[in-house]
Design a protein around this ligand. Structure first.
Ligand SMILES: [Mn+2]
Length: 340
């Protein structure tokens, strides 16, 4: 990493026009790493634009600096112009150009020096400088270390809160990817002034009433458990979308409630959308839902988090999901665990 830091240090030693980008459907880590890096580059006197493929959830409205973001879905031409003009282009929290959709074309055409800072496995070779560490809990953690290595000595409260936001969202508030390294970095952020109580309250305790009622509805009326397969399912019908005024992003995270059940290893949410039925899959431990998504639902993803879709009715999709469980004998082999 040292070599990359040294070359990056040289590149940012003279004021430049710099574009910072992150992935479609940006999350706390995507937004946080962009804002923190922008804060530092602004201190150095660069001209900085943050460009994102799609809009960010309103739950991050409290972060300072988000008003200046350029969103490709809203202003494609301005985004393309910014990318074309850039001397340097940062790709944060993503490792392949398909994560930025239509923006990718402009990036490929641009002659800017491209730098990736990311924590996902197997980065694609599109960047000139790659700072990649899959052991980092989040891009924000890696960004904090990178900024320190670059010589940043003044972390504004905007930068600290942005970095902390990425860490708490990507780790589910310190439930996964916890390591001594993360705790040391977190301690340092708090010592510098990151406001844990404020941020955790803003991020995790700011749900609109309808979202909690929707979770209640899902758990009470739309939950099915298949104990012999250690699997649980939630489904949402078209009428639920109307009744609960479900918008994009509102169903995010509901599937994770199923993993709170004792002895459940596989969780699914099946959603009836206008033209397709979408399925989101999660698993705990060794069972790969990626395999399930690929074989039965035209999808893919990661071992423990995957998704797919079907062109079918919701009832056909539900039956297909239940039938697919039989293809995975490894799910049944631990039956005795459930009965303990
Ligand atoms: Mn991340």
């Amino acid at each position: 990493m040292n070599e990359e830091i040294q070359s990056l240090k040289r590149y940012i030693s003279i004021p430049k026009y710099i574009v910072i980008s992150s992935h479609r459907n940006p999350d706390g880590d995507a937004i946080g790493s962009c804002l923190a890096l922008a804060g530092y580059l602004n201190q150095l006197g660069h001209t900085v634009r943050i460009v994102l493929p799609s809009e960010l959830p309103s739950s991050f409205d409290f972060l300072e600096g988000i008003d200046d973001l350029l969103i490709f879905d809203l202003k494609p031409n301005e985004c393309i112009d910014a990318i074309k003009m850039a001397d340097m282009f940062f790709a944060l929290d993503y490792n392949s150009l398909d994560r930025i959709d239509k923006m990718a074309e402009a990036v490929m055409q641009s002659e800017s020096h491209k730098i990736m800072i990311d924590h996902h496995l197997d980065p694609e070779p599109f960047a000139d400088t790659v700072i990649s560490d899959p052991k980092a809990s989040s891009t924000c953690e890696l960004m904090f270390e990178t900024l320190k290595a670059l010589g940043c000595s003044k972390f504004s409260s905007t930068m600290l809160n942005a970095l902390y936001t990425g860490i708490v969202t990507d780790t589910g508030c310190f439930r996964h990817a916890v390591s001594p390294r993360l705790m040391v970095n977190t301690a340092e952020l708090i010592a510098l002034g990151a406001d844990h109580d404020f941020l955790v309250d803003k991020i995790f305790n700011s749900q609109p009433e309808k979202n909690l009622r929707l979770i209640g509805h899902c758990l009470h009326n739309r939950l099915e458990i298949f104990p012999e397969y250690h699997t649980a399912l939630i489904y949402l019908k078209k009428e639920d979308y109307e009744e609960y005024d479900i918008q994009r992003g509102d169903t995010e995270g509901i599937v994770n409630y199923l993993l709170m059940l004792k002895n459940i290893k596989v969780a699914a949410i099946i959603m009836e959308q206008p033209n397709i039925v979408k399925i989101s899959l999660r698993s705990k431990g060794d069972f790969s839902v990626q395999d399930m998504a690929r074989r039965f639902f035209n999808g893919g993803g990661h071992k423990n988090a995957s998704g797919g879709f079907l062109h079918s009715s919701i009832s056909v999709a539900l039956k297909k999901f239940k039938d697919s469980l039989e293809s995975f004998p490894s799910l049944i082999s631990t039956k005795e665990i459930y009965n303990q």
